[in-house]
Write a protein that binds this ligand. Structure first.
Ligand SMILES: Cc1cc2nc3c(=O)[nH]c(=O)nc-3n(C[C@H](O)[C@H](O)[C@H](O)COP(=O)(O)OP(=O)(O)OC[C@H]3O[C@@H](n4cnc5c(N)ncnc54)[C@H](O)[C@@H]3O)c2cc1C
Length: 496
């Protein structure tokens, strides 16, 4: 007997879950609010320019291989490993630091300010790697049925890592390195988790291991959206249907089961099982009206920083820049501690810039360039009004021009800006938070919103704000975890 699954959302987690469930014989239908698939992993196109809308690189590329193997397909896109991983520009410095995976090359970059870096990094990464390997299978890639189960599982993690739960990532940098620049650069991963290195536990230095040793960073030949196009092509072969411009706003239930989701036009979408790829915390509050997730409770949670993204189409090629660039300043601690609360002026921000057409020439017309800038900013709780987004964008573009010697403003032919309110309205990102729920120790594992609903026994979740967490590889793992749950609860159907 066929079982029909309705998936709400076509983000990476939704698409990967659809692929896994259709492989296991489920009939899959998908509904999506936006006009095309991919969620945050999307593409903007204007006047002959293309832009990866949000993610520009990823770690743990082998998770895509695992997905392909589990679904009996070849990975439907090609990885490109980043080398150097990225460039870091500190205000006032003539030269950018290049971050290499090769430790000898990395040490040479910093030889004037951090002697013996190779030995220091090796020692640091040994500890970080041990945490990664000691938690990857025990904690990160596990479903938890209860908080107690999670806490018991944690006891299997070697005790030697425990102290790192109680001091900060910045402290870990201070223990291992001397120069301000190296400490700042290695602690940037704290921001990826949605917090600052000053309040992120040192255990998360395992991310330095994933970037520098384990698998590095990758992007995709032809642009990040090839991931979505590749997965959608496979889903079409399996007759998975997708409906765009459909926003689910209500639930219909009977005897502890969801019978249908209802969209904003009143249309009912029925199925046997339901997987929600929308934010697992916000959906419980806003659509299911759960008390534990009512607005005041959601606002008390720790959310990752919101993005202000700028997309520039330039009338010429950029000179003297790298593909991935961070622009930082020297007031790191002050900035990190104030940015979350909007108590810092945004006229001198920290930001990331990606010259997208540098490696994907068809992202810009011949002789031109497409540039993506991401500036982490306070979410809508702290800064609800973004009427000054153009002004902030002007300041960032001017700053980048001053620091690189290339006049970006003068060469801008077209510009698109997505402030947090636009991110919220486009993909229903709660308060405009870019990566979803943060990864504080009380918001991960058994503490994170579960991928199985507390009340309805045919409702599940996949994506950034359920287990294990945010970022592209994590959402692929999330699709595996939810599929395991569903197969466990409802069985394997005929294998495709
Ligand atoms: C600016 C930015 C930069 C990033 N950079 C990186 C990076 O470089 N590397 C990396 O690994 N990660 C990065 N991330 C994080 C990464 O994009 C996310 O972790 C990942 O894409 C989340 O996928 P998802 O499937 O969980 O959710 P989403 O991509 O958000 O998909 C959920 C989908 O559900 C739809 N939806 C929501 N509510 C409803 C509803 N009620 N009805 C119907 N549809 C609904 C949404 O429209 C959306 O399409 C970045 C994120 C941002 C915002």
């Amino acid at each position: 007997m066929k079982k029909k699954v309705l998936i709400v959302g076509t983000g990476l987690a939704g698409l990967s879950t659809a692929l896994r469930l259709s492989t296991n014989g489920y009939e899959v239908e998908m509904v999506e609010k936006y006009h095309r698939p991919g969620g945050r992993l999307n593409l903007l196109e204007k006047d002959g320019f293309k832009f990866d809308m949000a993610p520009t690189f990823f770690s743990m590329s082998y998770e895509f291989q695992e997905l392909a193997d589990a679904c009996n397909i070849k990975v439907p896109f090609e990885f490109v490993e980043l080398d150097p991983l990225y460039a870091v520009h500190f205000e006032g410095d003539e030269k950018a630091y290049l971050i290499h995976k090769n430790l000898k090359k990395l040490a040479a970059e910093f030889q004037n300010i951090e002697p013996d870096l190779e030995q220091k990094v090796k020692r640091f990464l040994e500890g970080a790697g041990a945490i990664f390997h000691d938690t990857e299978h025990i904690v990160i890639k596990q479903n938890f049925d209860s908080l107690l189960g999670y806490l018991l599982q944690l006891t299997r993690v070697p005790l030697k890592h425990a102290p790192k739960m109680f001091y900060s990532m910045w402290r870990e940098m201070e223990k291992n390195f001397d120069s301000f620049e190296v400490k700042v650069i290695f602690s940037l991963v704290g921001f990826f988790l949605g917090a600052t290195p000053f309040d992120t536990p040192a255990v998360y230095s395992m991310l330095n291991y994933t970037e520098l040793v384990h698998d590095g960073y990758h992007n995709v030949k032809g642009g990040m959206y090839k991931i979505v196009e590749g997965l959608v092509a496979e889903l079409k072969k399996r007759a998975v249907t997708m409906h765009f411009g459909v926003e689910i706003t209500q639930v219909e239930e009977k005897h502890g089961q969801v019978t249908a989701f209802i969209d904003s036009t009143g249309k009912k979408w029925e199925a046997d099982l339901f997987v929600v790829n929308a934010d697992a915390a916000a959906f419980r509050g806003q659509i299911l009206k759960r008390k534990r997730y009512r607005p005041s409770k959601l606002d008390q949670k720790k959310w990752t920083l919101a993005p202000l993204t700028i997309y520039l189409g330039l009338d010429t090629k950029v000179k003297g820049m790298y593909h991935h660039n961070y622009f930082l300043r020297r007031n790191f601690k002050e900035y990190a501690n104030k940015i979350f609360k909007n108590s810092i002026k945004l006229d001198k921000p920290y930001y990331y810039a990606n010259i997208q057409s540098m490696h994907n020439p068809d992202y810009a017309p011949a002789g031109k360039e497409s540039v993506f800038i991401l500036c982490p900013v306070p979410d809508l709780r702290y800064k609800p009004n973004w009427e000054d987004a153009e002004e902030i964008a002007d300041a960032i573009v001017a700053d980048m021009g001053k620091r690189t010697g290339f006049d970006f403003a003068k060469h801008t032919e077209m510009r698109i800006i997505y402030p947090p309110n636009k991110w919220e309205s486009t993909f229903n990102l709660y308060r405009g938070s870019g990566l979803g729920l943060a990864h504080d120790l009380n918001q991960v594992g058994g503490f994170r919103p579960s991928n199985k609903d507390e009340s309805y026994n045919n409702l599940y979740y996949a994506g950034a704000s359920t287990v294990p967490g945010t970022g592209l590889p994590m959402t692929v793992i999330s699709s595996r975890l939810v599929t395991e749950r569903i197969l466990n609860d409802h069985g394997h159907l005929s294998q495709k």
